[in-house]
Each structure stands twice: as structure tokens, then as C-alpha cells.
Design a binder for this molecule. Sequence first.
Ligand SMILES: Nc1ncnc2c1ncn2[C@@H]1O[C@H](COP(=O)(O)OP(=O)(O)O)[C@@H](O)[C@H]1O
Ligand SMILES: [Mg+2]
Length: 221
Amino acid sequence: MKCYAKDLVVRNADDEVIVSVDELAVDTGGTTSISGPSGSGKTTLLYCLSGLIKPDEGVVNWEEHNVTTMAGNKLNKFRRENIGFIFQSPFLFDELDPLSNVTIHSAFNTNLSKEAVNEKAKELLDLFKVPLKGRKTASVLSGGEKQRLSMARGLVNNPKIILADEPTASLDKKNSKILMDCLLSYHKDYSPTLVVVSHDSSVLSRFTNNLSLNQRREADA
Ligand SMILES: Nc1ncnc2c1ncn2[C@@H]1O[C@H](COP(=O)(O)OP(=O)(O)O)[C@@H](O)[C@H]1O
Ligand SMILES: [Mg+2]
């Protein structure tokens, strides 16, 4: 799904500008990274793209869907059906096994049958190199495996859009590379539109399109 965001401005309670983006365009199935130091507004921008935060100015369109003005059930439905989020930390249910951690959220998506979700979850866990055998609970997985399990959970509904907020931030170099290999391999197979926020140069170097929030704000000054 194609993204076009224009003239975005987000202000904080003191009316200070925390995000200012002239233009962000990503083709259907395209990729982009968003970089910038801590506090430069990367997470806020990602939330604007998902419709979770309404900008003070500007517009975010996913094809003909304007998530800047969309609200309530319509926005929830759009996000549920189209957007997969990957977070910085795994946020797993430690008591549940890896497969249940992936499938539990899909219980709220009535578009997919239980069998289809289970099949998809197993496929993703295999693609993301998360071991199932002998793992009764997610708590015994390594840090890298937990983060890839969390990524599988974000993608189990076949989202047309993936928004990833510093997905490698809690990982060492080796596991960071494994996760990015898995994510880009998934992108090659399924071609969702992919937006990855990061300040890690080894992650950013894997994208040809980049929006640097730091430069934008310096240019504004
Ligand atoms: N809920 C909030 N209310 C007020 N200010 C916020 C809120 N969330 C973030 N900020 C501020 O917005 C700016 C950008 O934050 P954030 O988007 O989290 O940056 P980044 O993800 O690049 O580290 C920071 O100055 C931060 O303090
Ligand atoms: Mg952030």
C-alpha cells in the first residue's frame, strides 16, 4: 500500500515542534528507513503514519485512506487489517509457548480462520528461525529469538504495511543482523510496504531510501 505524507508538523504541549516533515513518499511494496538521534521524533512520526497520533498540521494518506482524519472503529479496523507493528522490545507473554504468543492477538481479527493463523504463525517462526521443539514457554528463548518471535506476531495477519520502531535496539550485533536478514527476506517474499526507524548504521545501510529527521530540523532552523 502506497504512503504519501505531506507537510507534517507535530507539537508538544508547550507548542514546540517535535516533528516536522515536508514529504514522505513510499511506493507500494517499497522500503524506507527513518533515522535521527534519540528525541528527534522518530517514534512520533511512526505513530502519525499509523494514525495513532494526529499531527497538528499535514496529512498522511495510505492510498485513498487518510489516517489523519480517520477515527474510532474505522481507524481501528484499518490498522488491524493493514498495519503490522514491530517494537523495540518483545513484550511477550512469558507463560505461553512461542506459537501461542504469535496467534493470541489474531483472536481479535475475525477475517482469518484459526487454522489459517496457526499455519501462518508456524511458517513465520520457521522463516524467522525461532525454535518450537522443546520450548514450552517463550521465557526460555534467547533475546534474539524473543525479538524475532515478537516480529512474527506483528506480521501474522499478512499486513500490507509494516512499521518497525528500532527493531534491533535491544539486540547485539550478531542478532541484529539475523533479525534484519529475516525481515528483508520476508519483505522479498511478501512485498509489504516497509518503514523502519533506526539509528543503527548497520541497519540503515541496508535501505536505499532514508529520511533523516535530524537534517530536516537543522534545515528548518
Ligand atoms: N506523549 C508525549 N508527550 C509529550 N512529548 C512527547 C511525548 N512523546 C514524545 N515526546 C517528545 O517528543 C520528542 C520526540 O520523541 P520521540 O518521537 O520519542 O523521539 P525518538 O523516537 O526519535 O527518540 C521528544 O522531545 C519527546 O520528549
Ligand atoms: Mg523512539
